[in-house]
Design a protein. Structure first.
Length: 530
């Protein structure tokens, strides 16, 4: 079973209450021991006075006839003795020959005493003290605990005198019970008061923690960040322990804020440079493409000589690389605009026509130049319900997301791969968002590349390299999936990828537009080869 860690307040309260409990236990123990010693000393003094009376009855007056006629045990029941006092005459062999126990508190009444029973005499004989040994504690069956002392009468006979300890034991038990109750009540009160006091004392620390929590919830990973959160001055006094923590946190937040400002300025400069460079490169690239096309047409005219194969190949490569560089510049410009937070043209967009058009275009681009069929098998899985699947989005940017995902599947998988595009509408009542999936049964993405597929200029190995489809395309720029993630994030959605040999899934989740007519259950799926 996992044991949860204690909070600082709990540890402080438990420590304080434990210390109080140890001190209270020590005080109670010392008090009980002292009380025990005091009460038993008084009991022994009382027992000794009775033993002296058994040796030589006090007073100058002659003994009363009743006491004198009672013999050596006549002192038993003679005024002032506690109830249960006994006297026993011991023979030379150590056996009890006569005994009396006070049953009634009647003063100077010999009729208030009775003899010990056989079991009681045996217990007394087994543990009786010797003369001059002092007092000893003995347990008598039916009578309880006793303090017993041996005395020798004037006639030389040994008499055992005992008085009960029940009253002392009861007083000691009462004291212990009272101490336990008072200690428990005190510990309960200390726990409640300690919880309140420690909670008040830790309130500044909680405010420091609240400041740190608010800072942790700020989106510090990107964009312009205004780190204005600070610990209040009352909790940043370096003369206190909590104030030292607060002051240190404020200094750290100041350093972090300065670093974030420097990072933002650097990112802004880089982003602006990329945007400016991409914008400026569009014109010379267009000129290169135009002059290459013009040269091709001029050399192909009737009056011009036919160019040699090397020249034709060079012109083709110039046009091809110019087209590729134009695409790269356009992608860089788009990413720079998305990073800068350019607003998109949001509107109610039906995903189904976009998906159908994108898959049709991808199939057309997959056709080889020899007129044979497409290299890949393209399939659609759309909801069977008639209602559209609408999201609030920029249709042009979503179209670019679809084009990039399908181009990724087309160019990074071998011929014969099945590429399936599916759309799942949301489920009413807190269901998942609109989900767009692009699946293929190709060789999959290498495990070491999978965490980096959405990074800019990330490229796969030969198993998913550009040109695997056989189209002779040039190498990938590595920006397609980065654009997908940037566009989806700008729409408040997310994109994820799962891959293993034989199954690769790119899933785009977009928040659905709040509109009536969305079925509570997804309809039958319509699977259509394209």
């Amino acid at each position: 079973m996992l044991r949860l860690p204690w909070t600082l307040r709990t540890r402080l309260v438990v420590s304080a209450v434990s210390l109080i409990a140890v001190v209270a236990a020590a005080i109670c123990s010392v008090t009980a021991i002292a009380f025990h010693s005091y009460m038993y000393d008084k009991l022994d003094d009382q027992l000794h006075s009775i033993a002296v009376r058994a040796e030589r009855p006090p007073g100058p007056e002659p003994l009363p006839d009743a006491l004198r006629d009672a013999g050596p045990l006549g002192f038993v029941g003679w005024g002032g003795q506690p109830l249960g006092t006994f006297g026993a005459l011991v023979g030379a062999d150590g056996s009890v020959t006569a005994s009396k126990v006070v049953e009634d508190s009647g003063l100077r009444s010999q009729e208030s005493a009775k003899p010990l029973t056989g079991d009681q005499r045996q217990a007394l004989e087994a543990e009786a003290p010797e003369t001059g040994e002092g007092t000893r504690s003995i347990e008598l069956p039916g009578l309880g605990g006793y303090r017993v002392e041996a005395a020798t009468t004037a006639e030389g006979r040994t008499v055992l005198v005992g008085i009960p300890t029940a009253e002392v034991s009861g007083a000691l038990t009462t004291l212990i019970v009272v101490e336990v109750c008072v200690t428990a009540a005190g510990l309960l009160a200390a726990s409640i008061a300690g919880t309140v006091l420690v909670g008040v004392a830790l309130r500044p620390l909680r405010r420091v923690a609240a400041t740190a929590t608010r800072v942790s919830e700020l989106p510090l990973h990107s964009g312009e960040v205004a780190l204005l959160e600070r610990v209040p001055d009352a909790e940043a006094d370096p003369r206190t322990e909590v104030g030292q923590v607060g002051a240190a946190l404020n200094r750290m937040l100041g350093h972090v804020g300065s670093a974030l400002v420097a990072r933002q300025e650097s990112e802004t400069r880089v982003r602006q440079f990329v945007a400016d460079a991409s914008h400026e490169l569009r014109t010379p690239l267009a000129s290169i493409r135009g002059y290459a096309e013009l040269t091709r047409r001029a050399t192909g005219a009737a009056a011009a000589p036919e160019p040699d194969p090397v020249t034709r190949h060079a012109l083709g490569r110039i046009e091809s690389e110019a087209d590729r560089m134009t695409g790269l510049v356009e992608d860089l410009l788009l990413l720079a605009r998305l990073d800068a937070g350019r607003p998109l043209s949001y509107g109610s967009t039906d995903l189904l026509p976009l998906v159908v058009a994108a898959v049709s275009d991808a199939r057309a681009a997959d056709l080889p130049g020899d007129g044979s069929g497409a290299r890949h098998l393209w399939r659609l899985e759309l909801p069977g319900a008639a209602e559209p699947v609408t999201v609030r989005a920029d249709p042009d940017r979503l179209q670019q997301v679809l084009v990039n995902l399908l181009a990724n599947a087309r160019t990074h998988t071998p011929p014969g791969t099945t590429v399936t595009v599916s759309v799942r509408p949301p489920v009413r009542g807190g269901g998942p968002p609109v989900t767009l999936e692009v699946r293929d049964d190709g060789p999959g993405i290498p495990a070491e590349l999978l965490p980096h597929v959405f990074e800019r200029f990330a490229r796969g190995d030969a198993s998913r390299a550009r040109g695997a489809g056989g189209g002779g395309a040039t190498g990938s720029t590595g920006l397609g999936l980065a654009i997908v993630q940037a566009v989806v994030s700008a729409h408040g959605g997310r994109v994820r990828v799962e891959s293993r040999p034989g199954r690769t899934v790119f899933a785009v989740e977009l928040p659905a537009e709040d509109a009536p007519g969305v079925d509570s259950q997804v309809g039958d799926r319509l699977t259509t080869p394209v």
